[in-house]
Design a protein around this ligand. Structure first.
Ligand code: FES
Ligand SMILES: [Fe+2]
Length: 381
């Protein structure tokens, strides 16, 4: 990563942000091959609990089997292809997944166990009609699926160095205490690009700028500013909360116990991020954590699914606590969503073919190079 860029760089061709054929190409090259987070383990605590998830136009059932293991299945019946499950979440009674069309019935392990009313033939073998399975794995309480026949890498390798930034947060022992879903009319890359720069922060996020003073300078980190020197061994100039600010809330105060795990320096910094290119980021704060998943819903539509996490050991969570920990991020995400929708609309100009990246947009440049490689396109020099 070159940070900041020393020359202007071109952005991606504008049609890549709205052309349906290009969107399909990205689904197949990236979203249907990578590990993608679909939810939390704590949302399916018991055998038979399930939720459904969407990646592109693929619908998935995630459930917990009789031995406590996590399964993911294509949400498609092996008879004539009906969707099996229409609810966002729930519990499969008696451990049975029953097709709403002709009632073919599957176990939680995906085996076809009953076909009520079917006239018999001697060539029917239930084992040939198990549900289509999907690879699953978990990281720190987050459930990931991989739609590929064989994942190119294990999840751990896929997450790579990014894991280290939240390694000290007790994410596996936390639960989602609040979830919000926000539809945003933009291409998934537009939101990821917005997440990847703070050039927009002074104009778009005045409230966040009071918590994170460095953001008022249109960069994430002091290290991006001209003349910056490390103050100690290993100093990355990492963005930190301002004096007197404890955490990411609207008033900068915390009403919760500090989390156990992060170092004093991590607690004092107020924020640390793990980023999974294109699909998710997780922010760790001194007293809570938050995940944001980006769900592509079409060439020009996404859904953002935001979860706020508190330790399992934390007792009842009342409305005041929820309001306090959600207020700032909800505001910031809505501000980002509005900016992204404006960005998306402007791309349709017949005169606009390609944008330009300025120095502090170096992470967009890396993202674009990553994307080009994944699509088999030549790198931009
Ligand atoms: S399509 Fe599912 S039972 Fe017929
Ligand atoms: Fe933003």
């Amino acid at each position: 990563m070159t940070r900041p860029l020393t020359k202007l760089k071109p952005s991606l061709p504008s049609a890549w942000y709205y052309d349906p054929a290009h969107y399909q190409r990205e689904l197949e090259a990236i979203w249907y091959r990578d590990w993608v987070c679909v939810g939390r383990i704590d949302s399916i605590k018991n055998t038979g609990d399930f939720f459904t998830a969407t990646i592109g136009n693929q619908n998935i059932i995630v459930t917990r089997g009789s031995g406590g293991e996590i399964h993911a299945w294509h949400n498609t019946c092996r008879h004539r292809g009906s969707i099996l499950c229409t609810k966002a979440s729930g519990h499969f009674r008696n451990g049975r997944i029953i097709c709403p069309y002709h009632t073919w019935t599957y176990s939680l392990d995906g085996n076809l166990v009953a076909t009520p009313g079917r006239l018999e033939t001697d060539d029917f073998h239930p084992t040939e009609f198990s549900l289509f399975g999907i690879h699953t794995d978990t990281w720190q309480g987050f459930i990931f699926v991989n739609l590929g026949d064989e994942p190119a890498t294990e999840l751990d390798e896929f997450l790579g160095d990014e894991k280290q930034y939240l390694a000290n947060w007790p994410l596996a022992d936390m639960r989602s205490v609040h979830q919000e879903t926000l539809p945003v009319s933009c291409n998934w890359k537009i939101f990821w690009e917005n997440y990847s720069e703070c050039y927009h922060c002074p104009r778009v996020h005045p409230e966040l700028g009071r918590i994170m003073p460095v953001y008022r300078k249109a960069v994430f980190d002091d290290a991006d500013l001209p003349g910056w020197e490390p103050k100690f061994e290993g100093d990355r100039g990492h963005g930190r909360v301002g004096p007197g600010i404890r955490t990411w809330t609207l008033d900068g105060k915390s009403s919760l116990p500090l989390l156990e795990g992060p170092t004093d320096d991590e607690l004092d910094a107020g924020v640390s991020f793990t980023s999974i290119t294109g699909s998710m980021y997780v922010s760790g704060h001194p007293d809570y954590a938050r995940s944001v998943r980006i769900v592509p819903r079409g060439p020009e539509q996404i859904e953002l699914v935001v979860d706020w996490l508190l330790p399992n050991s934390f007792g009842d969570v009342n409305a005041d606590i929820i309001e306090h920990i959600t207020g700032l991020a909800r505001l910031v995400i809505m501000q980002d969503g509005e900016a992204c929708e404006l960005n998306q609309q402007g791309l349709h100009s017949g005169r606009f073919e390609q944008g330009v990246l300025v120095p502090q947009e170096y992470a967009l440049w890396d993202f674009h190079q990553w994307l080009r490689a994944r699509l088999g396109e030549p790198a931009e020099i």
